[in-house]
Design a protein around this ligand. Structure first.
Ligand code: NAD
Length: 357
């Protein structure tokens, strides 16, 4: 069969180096000739941000960071940047912090550098998200893509193991979903497969020893590939479901992704033989579902949505929104009945294999 696809590669510099964030940030700020830098970090991340930014002149420090970027939080940050004549944003943190910088870039065009400290991968996508009245809106705009990303595994050593695993599985979900998302193509599939391989190797090392730099390197590298493949392929079924769960029920982002992933995989896998073979190979086993199960057991992955406050009463609302948004590219057709079944299994932490067909 001949290959036919259109692929967009987003332009961004990636500076990867353990113990080198401070040096790499100073070099990037100089390269961009920025005069008025605003550093964004959550209150708890400010200590890390202060160390990372110690060799640059910082005009403004901003620490009001809230998950899913409420519009009023974004508005205040935009006002601060405008009042101070900021010409470069530096975010130091996870997806919530990167997301706030993106919200500023979206309306002002001010570029950003992202120093990533989780495995969410927002730093490598042109996707922004804003939340108003419990509804999260997302969109893509190249203006919000950080001009440079700085990865330094030392900055992730403080990320608690449990959160590291949830966040790493969020990265893995980007890889899996990108194999059947609307713009899936062989280039992002190749990156997704390498992302699965790296995360599958790295996450267990972090569980064995949270200070294992090699494990942390593999997780960051895998998370980056995951995000690049997701940015190119678009949102598939998994992301649509998690987006609704996060936005409407305010469930924690990484844990929700980590919990839902095995259910979406089991639901789709027998309808997507090529993706299934690619994933199995990346896990180094014969069956993708078995590969993910093995990894989840080794890292003690989050198991049930009920552990994060979701209840059966919420299922119909998720199903209704999901039916309207899950793309036609999904390998298995979705119905009210099979989505209810999937969400019920994820709610209770039932064996995902029951969803296979
Ligand atoms: P987060 O940024 O909310 O961080 C989770 C927690 O970890 C916070 O309490 C934070 O303070 C803490 N933390 C972060 N780094 C740490 C470190 N190195 N050491 C100790 N603690 C640390 O969570 P997240 O999962 O990274 O991001 C979630 C948000 O990002 C969601 O809003 C999600 O929608 C968004 N997101 C967007 C994209 C995109 O492409 N736009 C992709 C992924 C995630």
């Amino acid at each position: 069969m001949s290959l036919k696809f259109t692929h967009t590669t987003l332009g961004q510099r990636v500076l990867f180096g353990n113990g080198q964030a401070t040096e790499n940030l100073a070099a990037e700020v100089a390269r961009l000739e920025a005069k008025t830098v605003m550093v964004i970090a959550g209150e708890r991340g400010m200590e890390l941000a202060t160390a990372v930014a110690k060799d640059i002149d910082v005009a403004v420090w901003h620490d009001e960071v809230v998950m899913h970027v409420p519009v009023d939080v974004a508005e205040r940050a935009r006002t601060v940047s405008a009042d101070n004549g900021v010409d470069l944003l530096v975010s130091v943190g996870g997806g919530s912090t990167t997301g706030l910088a993106k919200a500023i870039s979206l309306t002002t065009g001010i570029p950003s550098i992202a120093v990533a400290t989780t495995y969410a991968g927002s730093e490598a996508t042109d996707v922004w998200g804003l939340t108003e009245n419990d509804v999260k809106t997302t969109g893509s705009d190249v203006k919000v893509l950080p001009v440079a990303v700085i990865y330094d595994s030392e900055l992730t050593l403080s990320l608690p193991v449990e959160l590291s695993i949830a966040s790493g599985l969020n990265g893995l979900a980007h890889c899996v979903d990108s194999l059947w998302a609307p713009n899936a193509d062989p280039i992002n599939a190749a990156m997704a497969a390498e992302g699965i391989r790296a995360l599958n190797e790295g996450l267990p090392l972090i569980v064995e020893d949270s200070q294992d730099i090699h494990g942390r390197d593999l997780a960051l590298y895998g998370a980056y590939l995951a995000a690049v493949s997701f940015a190119s392929a678009g949102s598939g079924m998994h992301h649509k479901l998690c987006h609704i769960l996060g936005g409407t029920f305010n469930l924690p982002h990484a844990q929700t992704h980590a919990t839902v992933l095995p259910y979406v995989l089991a639901f789709n896998v027998d309808h997507a033989p090529e993706a299934a073979a690619r994933m199995a190979a990346a896990f180094g086993v014969d069956d993708a579902v078995g590969g993910l199960n093995q990894l989840r057991a080794r890292v003690n992955a989050p198991k049930a949505l009920k552990d994060y406050g979701f209840t059966a009463e919420g299922i119909p609302a998720v199903v209704e929104q999901a039916l309207a948004t899950i793309p036609d590219s999904n390998p298995r057709p979705v119905t009210e009945e099979n989505l209810t079944q999937l969400l019920t299994a994820a709610l209770n932490g039932d064996d995902p294999a029951t969803l296979r067909r």
